[in-house]
Design a protein around this ligand. Structure first.
Ligand SMILES: Nc1nc2c(c(=O)[nH]1)N[C@H]1C(S)=C(S)[C@@H](COP(=O)(O)OP(=O)(O)OC[C@H]3O[C@@H](n4cnc5c(=O)[nH]c(N)nc54)[C@H](O)[C@@H]3O)O[C@H]1N2
Ligand SMILES: Nc1nc2c(c(=O)[nH]1)N[C@H]1C(S)=C(S)[C@@H](COP(=O)(O)OP(=O)(O)OC[C@H]3O[C@@H](n4cnc5c(=O)[nH]c(N)nc54)[C@H](O)[C@@H]3O)O[C@H]1N2
Ligand SMILES: [Mo]
Length: 769
């Protein structure tokens, strides 16, 4: 039943461009999803698998973190991109020891991430020893021993790094951080450092908890929903159904984005009969903002709200909420009233009319939700931007009541749960105290390295062992050349993975690939089916059960890998009952219940029909556990992203046919880019002004404040309706352009959405093709 992956790699000369689509989803989406699924796993496995996505007794879709509806679940509670995520994992294509024997590392290092991923599921633990040209098979026990030897040889545990990507389930995450802290370090960088860290930082400071305050039902009660810096049509397609539902109940929806993203502007719900034939326009208004202009927008809107309050006192500012629950209002008011609207227009590119009508809606709406994703977080002033959005909601009393609140829309399906379970380089002492009490260990208290600092540490030779629990560190991180050199400097790199990726071919002196079960795979221990649990973007925790027969008997669950490594590394007399946990995941959940706040009675509650919702003090009782004990109005100096003369500001984003560094295919259907990925979308007037022609090949050179430059070559320039001076290109191809030190203030998140670049005509070098 096994299949081989495609042999052909991407040929960028086959790239073609069509008009961007006006509507998302609909019949095409269903057809594309089924086509991909059948291609990867055949008809029977497709039918068996897709019917189980996001169902009560099924598995959690590994696509995104958007919640499932709590009431009636439709038979197909998935979307085109969820189906692609499932097909990618449930594929019958395999990467076997024979594959590794046939392909040297040198050869694999020349392949695209797309080609690597398309080869299929990893089937055996593999090792690459110093001097080897090919990976070769290794026994699991030998692999653990090798890792333990390297870890024991370090001068201090702080020379090791333990990365996590957000697919890891709660049970694994809890045990993994327990292993890492038992070993003796807090070096737990994760994908969240590159993702919603800015949201967590801002919200913790403003409302005392780094999570969103709305639940899925709040969408039905909202009358204004702002979606800023997010492309749900591609990255959270099921959110479109929630938005369409809110709209049907009378909500107004405003999209704030530099790009006219198809899903936001038009949507055909593939899950309703009507949606097959006719679509709705999701956004009632589209504010085409300049990259990095959102902080100016929110401050400008704040000023207009104060003016509206002056015109009709007592109708705009929720004085009762502000007086009872907030701190810092007077200073916020003073600062905000002084905001210069001319600067706001320049920073945002928006007109007085656009600002005025948005302010009016904010002043008049009874229930307001603000949603956001990477367009806000991956900015140098991302934390302050999110604080300013939160300020508006506080001013209007919009936290802790139905139909209103902050909604950071998470990325990876369990990235929020991983944090709840302790995957964080600076977990609060209270959590560590509880961990130590439960297990009779002594967790280190000194904070560890986040993702950017982990790269710096490897570069400086201060970190020598890298362990990745999922993810694709090399391709996901900024400044590719720097990061690759940093990893190559390690003594050992270990990747616990489902699929082949670039992090396996850019490696330390010794490298290990440990193949693991995915969300869809059946996980049997002593003949008993094990389940794992996850938390969605709205703090709902529920079970996930894989049912597919794994593609190889050699695969081990992430829990097993952590427990077996722990026993080898920490010895048989270690106080944590690793052997028990590995056999019965209920035992892990019992420990979680005793250690993790809000998880009491975990085993029982997680088995309820829709699981359970974790406590959120601002949402539940308008309680704000901040430094002041109140919700804090933040005061920030207005920061934005001007375009230097003759330069462009580049954002690096996702196509419709990828999951982060996993490239499903070469079809960014909604934006009209097909057959290739090396494109840069530029305003047609900027193309004309700079003397290029549409379709020409260019090199992109990024410029950093220290005078250094970085370059990627051979990108096709395409005229696209993005604001003047603002360009867009796909991640991860453009990661080499993002300087490692270009990080957001306070969250240390790489600024992937604002890189200053110039374009140069591409000169073909090398042999003619
Ligand atoms: N199919 C699929 N689903 C996914 C993913 C995937 O790769 N594929 N990734 C998952 C992950 S980990 C995450 S974090 C999420 C990511 O979800 P998104 O944040 O939607 O992902 P991006 O493609 O980075 O899109 C950023 C959006 O912000 C806009 N934007 C960029 N800069 C600015 C700005 O300065 N201001 C404003 N207002 N808008 C701006 C861009 O035009 C774009 O629409 O999706 C998750 N879901
Ligand atoms: N320039 C730029 N860079 C970015 C971003 C951007 O917008 N622009 N976005 C950032 C964001 S938001 C994020 S979240 C990061 C993503 O960073 P990562 O989470 O590190 O990257 P992914 O591409 O999601 O990881 C894919 C790999 O995970 C492995 N995998 C998949 N499922 C499983 C599983 O169940 N278990 C295990 N053990 N492994 C599994 C597979 O081997 C696969 O190759 O990238 C960040 N980097
Ligand atoms: Mo993310």
């Amino acid at each position: 039943m096994h299949r081989n992956g495609p042999t052909r790699d991407i040929d960028e000369s086959e790239l073609s461009v069509t008009e961007p689509k006006k509507q998302a989803a609909g019949v095409t989406a269903v057809a594309v999803a089924l086509g991909r699924a059948v291609e990867e796993m055949g008809v029977v496995r497709t039918a068996r698998t897709l019917a189980r996505v996001n169902q009560v007794h099924g598995f959690d879709c590994p696509g995104c973190a958007w919640p499932e509806p709590t009431g009636h679940r439709r038979p197909a509670e998935f979307c085109e991109n969820g189906a692609k995520a499932v097909a990618e994992e449930a594929t019958l294509r395999t990467v076997t020891p024979e594959f590794f024997a046939a392909h040297s590392i040198e050869e694999l290092a020349d392949k695209s991430g797309y080609w690597l991923g398309q080869q299929g599921r990893l089937t055996h633990p593999m090792v690459l020893r110093p001097g080897d040209t090919h990976y070769s098979p290794i026994e699991w026990t030998d692999a653990y021993r090798l890792v333990a030897e390297h870890l024991r040889a370090l001068a201090t545990p702080d020379e090791a790094l333990f990365y996590t990507s957000g697919r890891t389930a709660n049970e694994t995450a809890f045990l993994y951080q327990l292993l890492v802290r038992s070993y003796g370090t807090n070096n737990l960088p994760d994908c969240s450092n590159m993702c919603h860290e800015s949201s967590g930082t801002a919200l913790t400071s403003s409302i005392g908890i780094g999570k969103g305050s709305v639940s899925i039902d709040d969408f039905d009660a909202a009358d204004l929903i702002i979606v800023a810096g997010q492309n749900p049509g591609t990255n959270h397609p099921r959110m479109l159904s929630a938005l369409a539902g809110a709209k049907a109940k009378g909500a107004t929806i405003i999209a704030v984005n530099p790009l006219p993203e198809t899903g936001l502007l038009g949507f055909r719900d593939p899950q309703t009969v009507k949606g097959f034939t006719s679509g709705v326009s999701i956004a009632d208004d589209f504010l085409q903002i300049r990259l990095g202009g959102d902080m100016a927008l929110f401050q400008g809107l704040g000023r207009l709200l104060f003016e509206a309050e002056d015109a009709a006192p007592g109708t705009v500012v929720d004085h009762e909420f502000v007086d009872t629950h907030c701190a810092g209002f007077a200073e916020y008011e003073k600062n905000t009233r002084a905001v210069d609207l001319g600067t706001v227009r320049e920073a945002t590119g928006l007109t007085d009319d656009e600002l005025g009508r948005t302010a009016r809606l904010l002043a008049e709406s009874k229930n307001i939700i603000i949603c956001w994703a990477m367009g806000l977080t991956q900015q140098a002033h991302g934390v302050a931007t999110i604080e300013e959005a939160t300020n508006l909601l506080l001013l209007r009393g919009m936290i802790g009541k139905p139909g209103a609140g902050v909604c950071p829309v998470r990325g990876h399906s369990n990235v929020q749960g991983d944090r709840t379970m302790g995957i964080w380089e600076k977990m609060p002492d209270a959590f560590l105290d509880a961990l130590d009490r439960e297990f009779d260990i002594t967790s280190p208290r000194e904070h560890g390295f986040d993702t950017v600092n982990a790269i710096r540490a490897m570069r400086a030779g201060k970190a020598k062992v890298f362990v990745g629990m999922g993810g694709n560190f090399v391709s996901a991180t900024p400044d590719t050349e720097v990061t690759e050199a940093a990893l190559r400097g390690c003594a050992l790199t270990v990747q616990v993975s489902t699929k082949l990726n670039r992090s396996h071919v850019v490696h330390g002196q010794t490298a290990l690939i440990l193949p693991t079960l995915g969300r869809t795979d059946e996980d049997l221990r002593d003949g008993v089916k094990q389940q794992v649990s996850v938390e969605d973007s709205m703090s709902m925790v529920h079970l996930s059960t894989g049912r597919l027969k794994p593609v190889s008997d050699e695969l081990r669950s992430e829990v097993t890998i952590v427990c077996e490594l722990a026993q080898t590394l920490l010895g048989a007399d270690h106080p944590v009952p690793w052997a028990q946990y590995q056999r019965n995941y209920d035992k892990i959940r019992d420990a979680i219940a005793r250690v993790v706040p809000g998880c009491a009675d975990y085993n029982t509650r997680v088995r309820q029909r829709n699981g359970f919702v974790l406590p959120h003090p601002p949402r539940d009782s308008r309680e704000f556990r901040t430094t002041t004990g109140k919700a804090n109005f933040a005061v920030n100096e207005l920061t934005w992203t001007p375009v230097p003369h003759g330069r462009l500001i580049l954002q690096t984003l996702r196509s419709h046919d990828q999951y982060n560094t996993t490239i499903y295919g070469l079809d960014d259907r909604y934006r009209g880019v097909h057959g290739g990925r090396k494109v840069i979308l530029v305003n047609a007037e900027d193309i004309a002004e700079s003397g290029f022609t549409d379709g020409e090949l260019v090199d992109l050179i990024s410029e950093w404040t220290d005078g250094t430059e970085r370059k990627v070559t051979g990108f096709r320039i395409i005229g696209y309706p993005t604001p003047r001076g603002n360009a867009a290109a796909y991640y991860p191809e453009t990661n080499p352009l993002v300087p490692l030190d270009h990080v957001a203030a306070r969250s240390n998140t790489p600024v992937s959405k604002a890189v200053t670049i110039r374009l140069e005509r591409h000169r073909h070098v090398g042999p003619p093709s």
